[in-house]
Design a protein around this ligand. Structure first.
Ligand code: ZN
Length: 462
């Protein structure tokens, strides 16, 4: 893992060196996805699409532009987003009759339409999602994948007959998140955000956070219970079995390319990024170790091995560029390819292939046992996860008093907002919220001395 003090500089460089993005586009916070980075993001999206399909969500695509009239229907939501919204005011030289905004998120685009789609209890639950770009005018310093103004955004929206059914959805979302982040080898913590930091318009918000090597927390996902806070202003009603009309209960689940930022940051090292095999565009790279007189034999063998690996369902690439093996190793390590195979004269003579995983395990595998590569990849993923999990665990501090530490701190809390804000101030940190599932506390609040009912998690954040 990258040293804490070097992390931000390392991160800012590695995203370009590993060919993920190009930051030279002349609009701040809007970077260009390069083919390699975009492919990784597409692979991440594919995993979430699978999860959505498995859980009965349908994919939609709503327009990018939202009429001002739609946006203005939910007051708290507007207050939360008004300073970050990009407005479209003109078409050519003509001023538009109604201003349009670029979606910062899609509640206000979707919900007036949900009110047309939903008529009866038979239309519920409604479970949809989309993966689109959203726009927020960030005023803080931008950072590739972590703080951008054009966001690659996943958003799931659901409507339910009642609060309990919406709560069930939130449980399902948490299960989806667990499976999803496990495939990316990313351990995370779940916190119920404090009242003063919940999503604009939500009844409550849940944050999914990872800890970066800089010891700052990064929110990589959020789940919101809206109750009827949006369905009332947007008139999303259904006819119940009893013939009466009721407002729906709603939830959302959101994630973004921050997930990629977390993968880059948490698994990376001095040599470059390390990709979990589930999302690596190239899972196995073959490097021919050419010797005079052996060229043809070695290239033939490389092609045969590639074919066999592809038959196993793994993407494979032969690096036949006119460069030294050493410089090829360097390039692929930088780009985080999980497994490298070297094939030279000795390997052919001994009927083996030499393998090296991106985290430094080297082995020889018998030529007729290439299937073992699958196990090697699974073990590599497991090591990535374990290492990240250990790092996270080592940096969660459970304390009775306020004491400055780096990482994630859990302090007994009476539940009062003023005490929470005072803790933020004294620690110079932000509240992540209270642990989920809930955790009992029999200590006293270090600010007011009153009985603590729960724990407040705090950390420096991105
Ligand atoms: Zn207190």
């Amino acid at each position: 893992m990258i040293d804490k003090d070097k992390f931000d500089e390392w991160y800012n460089e590695i995203v370009e060196l590993a060919d993920l993005c190009d930051k030279r586009y002349p609009i701040k916070g809007m970077n260009i996805w390069k083919p390699y980075g975009w492919k990784i993001m597409q692979n991440i999206d594919a995993i979430i699409r699978q999860e959505m399909e498995k859980t009965g969500h349908k994919e939609v695509y709503f327009p990018l532009l939202i009429p001002e009239g739609f946006f203005k229907k939910e007051e708290e939501h507007i207050r939360g987003f008004s300073s970050e919204v990009y407005w479209v005011t003109h078409a050519g030289k003509n001023e538009l009759e109604e201003k349009l905004l670029l979606r910062p998120t899609s509640e206000t685009a979707m919900y007036p339409i949900f009110s047309l789609w939903i008529r009866s209890h038979a239309d519920l639950p409604l479970k949809i999602f989309q993966i689109v770009n959203t726009f927020r005018y960030e005023t803080k310093m931008t950072k590739a994948f972590i703080r951008v103004r054009e966001i690659h955004f996943f958003e799931a929206h659901t409507c339910h007959t009642d609060f309990e059914d919406a709560e069930k959805q939130i449980k399902e979302d948490l299960e989806i998140a667990k499976r999803f982040f496990r495939k990316l080898c990313l351990p995370f913590i779940i916190s119920k955000r404090p009242e003063w930091d919940k999503f604009a318009g939500a009844f409550y918000s849940i944050g999914l956070d990872v800890l970066m090597p800089s010891l700052k927390a990064l929110q990589v996902g959020s789940i919101h219970q809206y109750k009827q806070n949006f369905s009332k202003p947007f008139e999303i009603k259904y006819e119940g079995i009893d013939g009466k009309h009721y407002y729906c209960h709603q939830t959302t689940y959101g994630m973004s390319e921050r997930v990629l930022g977390a993968i880059v940051g948490i698994h990376g090292d001095e040599k470059g990024i390390k990709l979990p095999s589930s999302i690596a565009p190239i899972k196995v790279v073959i490097i021919p170790i050419l010797f005079k007189g052996w060229e043809e034999k070695i290239m033939d063998e490389c092609k045969k091995v590639k074919e066999e690996i592809e038959k196993m369902g793994l993407s494979c690439h032969i690096d036949d560029r006119d460069k030294t093996p050493g410089s090829k190793f360097y390039d692929w390590e930088l780009k985080g390819v999980p497994l490298r195979i070297e094939i030279g004269p000795k390997d052919i003579e001994n009927n083996v292939v030499s393998i090296a995983t991106r985290d430094g395990i080297k082995k020889r595998i018998a030529r007729n046992e290439l299937e073992k590569i699958k196990d090697e990849l699974a073990e590599y993923d497991e090591r990535l996860y374990r290492k990240a999990e250990e790092f996270l665990r080592q940096h969660i501090y459970i304390m009775e008093k306020l004491e400055k530490k780096e990482g994630i701190i859990e302090v007994p809390w009476c539940g009062k907002e003023e005490c929470g804000l005072k803790m933020e101030e004294e620690l110079d940190m932000k509240s992540l919220g209270t642990p989920l599932p809930g955790k009992e506390c029999d200590k006293n609040c270090p600010i007011c001395g009153g009985k603590a009912t729960t724990w407040l998690r705090l950390a420096k954040i991105y």
